[in-house]
Design a protein around this ligand. Structure first.
Ligand code: ATP
Ligand code: MG
Length: 373
């Protein structure tokens, strides 16, 4: 005789269904409102954060498959509903607690889109691209941070035209980013020059320095945090993904050949750091270096080519004067291409609240908290 299916058995199985966004299973997150077993038929009440949650089909599919594979279950019927305000608040407090317990604490908001600007080799224009994207995103109306992860070879202060010294808030002791063109920036080039502090920073491993920037800088509520990556691979990538699981990568490349080798290096870098590549930017394209390397690399990595920035002396001049070329009053070819790139990035990596249920809920919750305060 077939053994009886129990409610407990179903609940135990449901612990295997994850909400990938919230990083918890549907039982602990309180998304299972009801389990009714009648013989071999199981009926499950599933409450999603919002009815039009983009993850709906994935969670329903998982639930169906897992419960359906319990011996003795012939049919699974899922009734999906949208959570009430109160259920949502409960869920978010569980999710937040979990996030606190699991992730290393950084001061980067969970809703901040983190984009690392990386490349397979040095000198291709990572820093120029990062600075122009940051300034362009501010122009587009977003709150933007720029972290210079090139600890030894920093170029953000010069290119963004940010001056001054980073200082900690007297009470919170948190480092306050410096602002230029509306971009909140942090770089080792902005660290106080006194002997002791300089020595301390010089003594830090690269990954430790980045860690300090993530954990001790008061970033505030950013829409985007861009990270100017150092040339080469390794430590810094690892540290970033460990601390910012939401980080994604934009790869900058030049148009000339050898793309194959670069592609392998980039793919390897992405795989080892678990950082998804969202797209490729071809930089310095035009007569001198040719064209096409960007598209080649994009095809190789199976991601879109986000833009192609021509070789343009205005980029160098702008970088040297600390006025990102994307902000030029009379935009030349590079400025025009960079403006288009900004728009494309917003499409591919939209600000959190536009995209996901979690983002929307986080915002809702923030509003509620603001109201309560
Ligand atoms: N589209 C462009 N047209 C002309 N010059 C450019 C362009 N993009 C970048 N440059 C110049 O090329 C040089 C290298 O650029 P950048 O410093 O941004 O590269 P990087 O990849 O960050 O280098 P590194 O690997 O050393 O960090 C700079 O002098 C910059 O001004
Ligand atoms: Mg650089």
């Amino acid at each position: 005789m077939m053994s009886m299916v129990t409610r407990e058995q179903v609940l135990k199985t449901l612990e295997g269904v994850q909400d990938p966004e919230l990083g918890g299973n549907v039982v602990e997150l309180g998304m299972i409102t009801d389990v009714v077993v009648s013989g071999s038929a199981v009926e499950i009440g599933l409450a999603l954060t919002i009815a039009e949650c983009p993850l709906r089909s994935q969670i329903e599919g998982d639930t169906n498959r897992r419960v359906g594979s319990i011996p003795g279950v012939d049919s699974v019927n899922i009734r999906t509903t949208a959570m009430t305000k109160r259920q949502r608040a409960g869920l978010m407090s569980v999710a937040r607690q979990r996030a606190r317990d699991n992730a290393e604490q950084t001061l980067v908001a969970a809703t901040t889109r983190v984009v690392a600007i990386a490349s397979g080799k040095g000198g291709v224009g990572k820093s120029s691209t990062a600075v122009n994207l940051a300034a362009g995103l501010v122009e587009a109306g977003y709150q933007v941070g720029l972290l210079d992860a090139d600890i030894w070879g920093f170029s953000i202060p010069r290119m963004l035209g940010v001056t001054g010294r980073l200082e900690a808030h007297p009470e919170t002791k948190l480092i306050q980013p410096l602002e230029a063109h509306g971009v909140k920036a942090v770089s080792t080039g902005l660290i106080v020059e006194d002997e002791e502090t300089a020595l301390m920073w010089r003594g830090l491993m690269l990954s430790k320095a980045v860690e300090q920037f993530l954990k001790q800088v008061e970033w505030g509520n950013l829409d985007y945090l861009l990270i100017d990556m150092p040339p080469g691979t390794g430590d810094v990538q690892m540290a970033l993904t460990r601390m910012l699981p939401q980080a994604e990568m934009v790869v900058v490349t030049t148009p000339q050949g050898a793309a194959q080798r670069v592609a392998i290096r980039v793919a390897d870098m992405a795989r080892r750091s678990h950082m998804p590549v969202v797209g490729v930017v071809e930089n310095m394209s035009g007569d001198v270096f040719g064209k096409g390397g960007g598209q080649e690399l994009a095809d190789e990595l199976n991601v879109p080519l986000l833009g192609s920035i021509p070789l343009d002396p205005a980029v160098v001049a702008a970088g040297d004067s600390g006025n990102p070329v994307v902000l030029a009053v009379e935009p030349g070819p590079a400025a025009i291409a960079l403006t288009a790139l900004v728009a494309r990035l917003i499409e591919v990596v939209p600000p959190a609240e536009l995209e996901t249920c979690t983002g929307r809920i986080a915002k809702l919750l923030a509003d509620l908290e603001d109201g309560a305060a």
